[in-house]
Design a binder for this molecule. Sequence first.
Ligand SMILES: Nc1ncnc2c1ncn2[C@@H]1O[C@H](COP(=O)(O)OP(=O)(O)OP(=O)(O)O)[C@@H](O)[C@H]1O
Ligand SMILES: [Mg+2]
Length: 411
Amino acid sequence: MDNDKRFVTGLDVGTENIRAVIASVDKDGHLAVVGYNEGKSAGMRKGVPANLAGPASAIDKMLGEAERMGGYDVRNAYVSINGSSILSTRTEGMIAVGTVEHEINGEDLDRVEDVAVSGRIPANRDVLDVVPLEYALDGQGGIKDPLGMSGARLEMRACVVSALTPNCENLKKATAAADVQAERLVPSVISAAKAVLSDRQKENGVAVIDMGAATTSVAVYEEGDLQYVGVVPAGSNNVTNDLAIVLAIDPSLAEEIKQRFVTGNFDTEKSPVIKIGREGKDERVFDRKEVEEVVKARLDEIFGEIRKKLKAAKYDQRLPEGIILVGGGAKMRDIDLFAKKSLEAAVKIGTPKGLGGVSDAIEKPEFATAVGLAMLAAEEGQYTPVGGKKAKKGLKMPKTPGLLKKLFSKF
Ligand SMILES: Nc1ncnc2c1ncn2[C@@H]1O[C@H](COP(=O)(O)OP(=O)(O)OP(=O)(O)O)[C@@H](O)[C@H]1O
Ligand SMILES: [Mg+2]
């Protein structure tokens, strides 16, 4: 075993799918993907755990393959969190630091952050991130990094990201039951942004939209920093379910219609019918206009809600670098055209790029979150310990079902 190698793991626990990316990190901080996998999720509702055993067993099952591929056991990870309880709050804090000659140090920064956060975020919320937007020294603002600068009064403006505590706790419990410690919980759209945005885009102003199965979330960046995050509790599965209800068909058939025949471009002339199955045998014929009406109504609603959020955050039509779409929902054909019309902004599909190793297969919009999580773990030096392996596969499995059974008995 090469003991100089450091590893990081990103674990995206979605409502419909769970994905993992394991990467090695070289001394310059470059990532090379050594293992990845995706599998069906379970026990998740609208981005949050509805029970513990479902996500725990789904994580355990999915990770096994990624671990075999990487030849490495995952003991901890950066984990995605989702759900409409996630929100950002703008806060401010001010402290006196001494005389005008005082040089600002790390302790001062911690103290001003404490003042900016404590009491501003309700007690039933976990703070997931505090993004300093701007500092001011003795009333002079516009300072990005005040370390070492002189002043007597330090002020800070920040963007604080939080989520309901029970959602955070339950997610950590679910990953722990799969023998993975969640080192940090990061909103899925924020980790996706890490994987698909350039520094220039973040500087000029850009939004990322993660359209998943049951949630659609948006994060806005400007001046290099996160400015806003919000989650709409509806996603691409709502499109499927609407089709299943209106056409009175099985959801799996509705999913097939959505994936094979629906596009986000509702203005072009297409054949008036959608045919599925073998002619003269099991063929089913659907009225395309009816299908399109159902899909468009739901997409209008979801993107309308996103637009409302952007407007409330004052970023509606104020994004020079446009919008980057990620998540499984971004795979609908021409969804970028639909989003462009709906949000009146330039829209592109985002894929994680620039990784070494076996990265081809994960350069897809639905892997942006897992890749971003691994990148964040590497940036923050949260490596997975090497050695001290979990029990060998054959031995490990009895251990986990035992744990799962214990969890089950609580429900
Ligand atoms: N080719 C495709 N065309 C249209 N939709 C697709 C396609 N491929 C996947 N999807 C949709 O993407 C969704 C799954 O996306 P994803 O895996 O990002 O969700 P998730 O992370 O599990 O959910 P969430 O983030 O809401 O918790 C499903 O609704 C699926 O129907
Ligand atoms: Mg997701």
